[in-house]
Design a protein around this ligand. Structure first.
Ligand code: NAD
Length: 460
């Protein structure tokens, strides 16, 4: 493992990854790796998460390819040095802003989108001229093994290297010095990563999770909105960092929303989602058991069936009795399902008195990664935008912002730090270096150099 990092460092130090043509070659190699092995990626995702082909394309492979295309089209423009401003007092002088690569970047990924969250950051890492060490998640073993097999074939020069493994291997890896670390995973491990990075003063981008809330009052478009909400929630069996975590609505709306969600689920995944090819599975028994525990005390109103042998957990909607919102959400909430990020196919509907109360509930705990508002009222949409903080806000849809390449993707507060995608990846993985030239003639700097008289003026 130290050799993998040392090799990546030697290669970076040789300067081979810096020239623009070399960066473009690396991006083409990554594109070839993905496009020439689409079937193998789809098979790995099916094996790890029972991810169907269409979903594998739209939420994993397609996102990486879109990121590549966006970057390849704009890279030359991003890489061009920009003129920097120089104040009149310093004239004559010229300043440029030059983007330089950081060095060796470590990418540690989660298991839930094991292709996307490993390779989408890599696009920016390579575009900026760095070398990379990838640490896929051991909990998506088929994808991890595929990465370890393909990367050396497509990057024989070692611009990208893969280190497989779980906690011991990642711990050993984190003891090495990197120039940047991108971590996608839980807040608990995010803290471990940041502590290890601090030893080397390595900057980090932390892509974490949290309980992404939904406000729902869209009476006018109930069925369409409920369908979008159900799709965003139950894609990948709810194992999505930006999945809608819980829905707040007024008590009178609960029955209609439950009925609309039930109909939408059946429409998309059939009466028995287990039988179809389009519904995922829970990644492992540990997560499965945790999810079963989250049903404690809640009323299951849609779905609820689960089968440990198959790691099947039906798309499930639960309601919580009115008046239990007193403790809000967070570690002290009355119901387990409101105490932690659900990260699975359980959607609690939490009745609250008003949109204003929903804002209070959101502000009562950590900043979420995303906030979704389904409302026909511009006033209500503004209320949430202006009075809460979250990684992103999406109106009338869920999760789609992640696939919007030009937008920064990242959290705030407990949901993460830093952002990437498109130009924001370029910024994250480059150092923006000001280069200033102050000509020797005329020597205007003499005016700020001693000796000075008692008025602070220079003695000639
Ligand atoms: P995790 O934190 O358990 O694991 C993430 C990575 O850290 C894995 O590669 C794992 O091997 C490594 N790891 C685990 N324990 C470690 C330790 N003690 N020391 C060092 N390394 C360790 O997260 P997960 O279960 O893979 O993913 C779920 C979490 O990730 C959820 O909170 C979800 O919201 C979040 N997530 C965020 C995004 C995003 O882009 N913001 C995307 C996907 C998932």
């Amino acid at each position: 493992m130290p050799e993998a990092v040392a090799g990546a460092r030697r290669l970076f130090a040789s300067g081979a990854t810096r020239p623009l043509p070399a960066r473009i070659r690396s991006l083409h190699a990554l594109r070839a790796m993905v496009t020439e092995n689409e079937a193998a990626f789809e098979a790995a995702l099916w094996s790890d998460l029972h991810k169907g082909r269409a979903e594998a394309q739209s939420t994993e492979i397609g996102v990486v390819l879109a990121e590549l295309q966006h970057t390849l089209r704009r890279l030359r423009g991003w890489a061009r040095p920009k003129r920097g401003p120089v104040p009149v007092a310093l004239w004559p002088a010229r300043a440029r802003l030059v983007s330089e690569p950081l060095g060796v970047v470590l990418v540690i990924s989660a298991w839930n989108y094991p292709v996307q969250v490993l390779l989408a950051p890599l696009v920016g890492v390579l575009a900026a001229g760095n070398t990379a060490v990838l640490k896929p998640s051991e909990l998506a073993p088929a994808t991890s093994e595929l990465m370890a097999r393909l990367v050396p074939r497509y990057f024989p020069d070692g611009v990208v290297r893969v280190v497989e493994g779980g906690v011991p291997e990642t711990t050993e890896l984190l003891a090495q010095k990197f120039d940047h670390i991108v971590f996608t995973g839980s807040g608990t491990v995010g803290r471990i990563v940041m502590r290890a990075a601090a030893e080397h003063l390595t900057p980090v981008t932390l892509e974490l999770g949290g309980k992404s809330p939904v406000w729902f009052d869209d009476d006018a478009h109930l069925h369409q909105a409920a369908r979008r909400l159900a799709w965003a929630k139950f894609t990948n069996a709810g194992q999505t960092c930006v999945a809608p975590d819980y829905v707040m609505t007024t008590p009178d709306r609960v029955p209609a929303l439950v009925a609309a969600l039930g109909a939408a689920i059946e429409d998309m995944w059939g009466a028995d989602p287990r039988a179809g090819r389009d519904y995922g599975r829970i990644v492992n028994e540990r997560q499965f058991d945790r999810l079963v525990g989250l049903l404690d005390g809640a009323d299951v109103v849609v779905g609820g069936e689960h089968d440990r042998a198959e790691r099947y957990f039906a798309p499930t909607v639960v309601t919580l009795p009115v008046g239990t919102g007193g403790t809000g959400i967070g570690p002290d909430a009355a119901y387990p399902v409101l105490r932690e990020e659900i990260f699975g196919p359980i959607l609690p509907i939490v009745p609250v008195a008003s949109a204003e109360e929903a804002v209070e509930v959101i502000n009562g705990w950590d900043e979420p990664l995303a906030l979704y508002v389904f409302s026909s009222s511009a006033r209500t949409r503004r209320l949430f935008e202006q009075n809460t903080s979250s990684g992103a806000v999406v109106h009338d849809a869920g999760i789609v912002h992640v696939a919007t390449t030009g937008l920064p993707f990242g959290g705030v507060g407990a949901s993460g730090m830093g952002a990437y995608h498109g130009a924001y990846s370029w910024r994250t993985f480059s150092h923006l270096k000001p280069v200033l030239r102050k000509p020797l003639r005329p020597d205007t700097l003499r005016f700020v150099q001693p000796p000075f008289d008692e008025l602070g003026l220079r003695l000639v």
